[in-house]
Design a protein. Sequence first.
Length: 377
Amino acid sequence: MKICLVSLRALPALSEEHKHERVGGEEVQHAQLAIALARMGHDVRLVVADFGQPDGAVYEGVTTLKAFRESAGLPGLRFIHPQWTGLWAAISRADADVYYYSCAGMILGMLAMYCDRHDRRLVFRVASDDDCDPNKVEIRFKRDRWLYHYGLRRTDAVLVQTITQQQALMRHHGLPSAVAGMLVARPLQSSASAISDVDVLWVANIRQIKRPDRVLAMARAMPDIRFHMAGAVVPGEEDLYQRIESEARELSNVTFHGGVPYMDIGRLFDRARVFANTSDLEGFPNTYLQAWVRGIPVVTMFDPDGLIRSKGLGSSHAAVPEMTQGLKEMLHSENAYGAARRAALAFMEERFDNKVVLAPYLDAIVGAGSVPQDVRR
């Protein structure tokens, strides 16, 4: 089957040459899914932005097609050209049987129009809890919000990350969906042989919604604990990045790495004892899987579907003081740490085997789990 995934910033998760470009969790998931489908024998195309790479370049068995350079075009007009025209040209070259996209935004509407016109299948996966609520979805322009909701109503299958998202999508949009897990690359070395010289690891793009300030607050409260922070600057939040970097470098127990390529971040995970997440909002973080696959407990303020608490995969907390205490207990109690480590490794073996994870994606792609016609409008 010919499958086309669309993720404009996914190339850095595929190409060593472009790995230093900013990349997020959803882009990593697109890259991982594309590679997995290609290894199964499918003809996989991935539409990405123009980073200067040749059109049609193949990485890990995945053919990449350039849509447009993100900085190109005139303000007010770039929405039409090169964005819309470039996207349609790329997906037309893909000539796929089914198109796949994740993340709320205008691209979903553009894809829906193309698929309706050319009788192609469209699969969408929710990437964040806010994607399910029209009052909270993080889309700046009314035009783009309209395109997103237009596309949402015209997808052939919808996938979600959690039961919480599934319920919210039905409540706010009346749309059925299937819960789909996420893919994760296995570490190259055994975690048992790794040097654990990072007590607490925090990884995320430096955005206000990720609350990096909370990590620094905990580091100040635990001067004997070694914190490592990795995160790239995000357009529009440069001031936040500079402030966090400056404050982090003033703390002797904090190592601030800045942006670390996805292809290299595994080396930091290999050294970590505990992974910390301080976000106000997430979907299902890739970083949790990258931690658990190595047997690293997660101490967090965001617990999707209450999974961490119910499965003993670490600990979840409502505020910084409680999370600080949770980190202390995880780091200083051999019993708590060992139990969370064993639970993480067992959980990954049970729930995140690639064959298990891919099943709902394949069902959606080939036609099972379709959105009924009476709710597509």
